[in-house]
Every structure is written in structure tokens, then in C-alpha cells.
Design a binder for this molecule. Structure first.
Ligand code: NCD
Ligand code: ZN
Length: 359
């Protein structure tokens, strides 16, 4: 096509939902994200989880130490909310200047969520403190009730818990993380309240794999564990709705990869781990999704503006250049003494990151 752009230059993006793991894994994970993103909200679901400011600061140092020479990547730390988090921890977290949010995992909802919240009533004091301090609550929005169908757990969470939470804490900043359903899109669209800076009080992150794939991807010709993540991929009509939201230019929807590295053997197992790895080619995957949906011009705001605006942080000064160039996602990449199979391994992507500049 004559009019197809061959290059794309966007404000340097940020990843508002990322799993980097810890220890020796950081040497693999940090460089991948640092190559594409200027900043990332780093999830606290380590073993044991990051539950207080001192642990978050120590984890931050380990992430910084794993940056490749010359990289300016900034990890934005989070705390893992538990039934026992003291409300006073929020002021400490805020004062540190390094903790940017608190993550709510319903106990048992996903990978390393055993220490999560068992009942929202137990954390009311903390939520009050967060509302006061302007500290965002990042929500893994799935019920853990084994009676509820796995594919309905997000919709049921919204109905059973999120509606009430929104009402009880009307000024709390909330991000519904990695949304997967039209129910979540509707919930976000129904709430247009803003904070004092004019930024949304309720927003949602969307992963690249949920924009590109429906649950069919998990069963194409057999069982495909590398497409298994939580919340699980849904039917295609939900994917279409997510893509509409992401490509709509609405500042309440922004980029969060939920890139979640698991060694190949931990996924190709009789009880495989949940999590898709996309840090290697995150921006390329989003570009593919936005182009397919005919909204490539809206990629920049979704990837590089709206998240920063929500968190009250400056947009990045640097730029990221992409080039139109077909390339094949590698079948696997090295990770610790084993490997990871990335999302869409073996597939052809049409955009490739060419360079990143700082300012
Ligand atoms: C994440 C992980 O592996 O840490 N897994 C996933 O399927 N997304 C945890 C999470 O974000 O739910
Ligand atoms: Zn996650």
C-alpha cells in the first residue's frame, strides 16, 4: 500500500504493569524492558512478596543494579497489600518517593498471590489512607470462588466487589489491571470522575496479548500453555471491545504488558504456571494490534501519554523509533539456566523497534 507509513516515532513509552522477578532473573528481565520502556510499574508478587517500603526500596536497588550500562530505565515500585498491611505504611511509602502504587491480589487469584487479601473489609483502614495520600490501588480483578466459572471471574469481581469499592472510596485512584472483558470496559466507561489535577480516578491497563488473541489461541490445534495467563483470554467479542477501548483515545485506557516470565518447564507442565512473556517485543505487539485495528495513530497516546498522566508523572522526553520490517519472534530466549517461550513465538511481526533516544 502506497500510504502505509514505513517508520513510526513515538514518545518513549512506559509499561504500567510488569513482572521482573528477582535474584538472577533480573539480569535477563531488566534489559528487555529497559530497551523499550523508560519506566515500569514493577509488580510486588515475589516469593516472599514485597509488603513494605523498606522491601520495595531494597528491591528497587536490585532492579537498578541489573540495568545494562548506560540504561536510564526507572522502576516504579509497588507494595503488595495483605490483610496485615498497617495503614501507616502508606505515608511511609508515599514519603519514600519510590513507591507509586499498592497492588491488590485477592488471595489465591494468580501466581504468588497466597498472601493476598482474604476479605476487602480487612483493608479498609489502608484504603482510607491511600485515598488520603492519593496512592493508586492496582486491582487484580478476579474472584477466587471455585464455584465461579474461570471465564466469568473478572465480571463477577466487578459486580461483587468493585462496584462497592468505587462507591465506598470515591476519591481513591484505582487501576483495574490487565482487563479482559467488555464488562471491565463498561465499568471504566461508566466512571468519569477526575482527581484535582484533572486525571481520571479510575483507569485500566490492557496487555498486548489480550488485544491480539482470544481464548482460541490457547487451543489452536492442541493445548498451548504459552497463551495461558490470568485473567485468562476470553472470547473474541471481548477482545474486539478491548481493542476499541485501547484505540479510542480515551485516557482511561493505557499500556500495561503484564509480561510475566516463567521458565519453559514451568509452563509446559501438568499444572502449568499462568503468565505470558512479552517484554522482548512489547511495543511491536501493540503496534501490530493497533495497525490491524486501523488505529496506529492512537498508539502513542495509549503507550506513552495516558499512563503518565494518570500517575501524575511527566511524560517522557525521549522517543522510540519503529521501522516497518517483517521479523520472526524467536522460538525461545535464554532465561536463568533455561529459557522462556515469548508470546507469538515463531510468528511474523510487521514492526520492529529501531532505536530509543533519551531526550
Ligand atoms: C502473573 C505472574 O506470573 O506473576 N501471571 C499472569 O498470568 N498474569 C501474575 C498476574 O499478574 O496475575
Ligand atoms: Zn501481572
Amino acid at each position: 500500500m502506497q500510504d502505509t507509513p514505513q517508520t513510526l516515532s513515538i514518545t518513549r513509552p512506559d509499561d504500567w504493569h510488569l513482572h521482573l522477578r528477582d535474584g538472577d532473573a533480573l539480569a535477563s528481565t531488566v534489559p528487555w524492558s529497559a530497551a523499550q520502556f523508560a519506566r515500569a510499574i514493577v509488580m510486588p508478587n515475589l516469593k516472599p512478596p514485597v509488603v513494605d517500603t523498606a522491601q520495595a526500596l531494597a528491591y528497587r536497588e536490585r532492579v537498578l543494579a541489573a540495568r545494562p550500562a548506560g540504561a536510564d530505565f526507572q522502576p516504579l515500585m509497588t507494595l503488595y497489600l495483605t490483610d496485615r498491611t498497617p495503614p501507616q505504611e502508606i505515608a511511609r511509602a508515599r514519603a519514600s518517593g519510590a513507591v507509586f502504587a499498592v497492588k491488590l491480589y485477592p488471595a489465591g487469584a494468580t501466581t504468588n498471590s497466597d498472601s493476598g487479601v482474604t476479605d476487602l473489609r480487612r483493608v479498609h483502614g489502608v484504603l482510607e489512607a491511600m485515598q488520603r495520600e492519593g496512592m493508586p490501588l492496582l486491582v487484580h480483578g478476579e474472584v477466587t470462588d471455585p464455584e465461579v466459572d474461570v471465564f466469568d471471574r473478572e465480571a463477577v469481581f466487578i459486580e461483587r466487589h468493585l462496584q462497592a469499592l468505587r462507591r465506598e472510596f470515591p476519591a481513591l485512584k484505582i487501576v483495574l489491571e490487565h482487563i479482559t472483558t467488555s464488562d471491565a470496559v463498561d465499568f471504566v466507561l461508566a466512571h468519569d470522575a477526575r482527581d484535582a489535577r484533572g486525571a481520571p480516578l479510575l483507569a485500566a491497563t490492557i496487555t498486548a496479548h489480550h488485544l491480539l488473541h482470544s481464548r482460541n489461541a490457547m487451543f489452536r490445534g492442541g493445548l498451548r500453555p504459552h497463551y495461558y495467563c490470568l485473567p485468562v483470554l476470553k472470547r473474541d467479542s471481548h477482545r474486539v471491545r478491548l481493542m476499541q477501548a485501547a484505540g479510542s483515545g480515551d485516557p482511561r485506557f493505557f499500556l500495561g504488558t503484564d509480561s510475566a516470565p516463567h521458565a519453559r518447564g514451568a509452563k509446559e507442565a501438568d499444572c502449568g504456571c499462568a503468565g505470558c512473556f512479552s517484554a522482548l517485543h512489547a511495543v511491536e505487539l501493540y503496534a501490530q494490534a493497533f495497525e490491524q485495528a486501523g488505529c496506529l495513530p492512537r498508539l502513542e497516546a495509549f503507550a506513552s501519554h495516558f499512563g503518565a498522566d494518570f500517575y501524575g508523572l511527566p511524560r517522557n522526553a525521549g522517543r522510540l523509533q519503529l521501522r516497518r520490517q517483517d521479523w520472526t519472534v524467536p522460538d525461545s530466549i535464554e532465561y536463568l539456566d533455561t529459557c522462556i517461550v515469548p508470546v507469538d513465538a515463531g510468528a511474523t511481526l510487521h514492526w520492529r523497534v529501531a532505536s530509543a533516544t533519551r531526550a
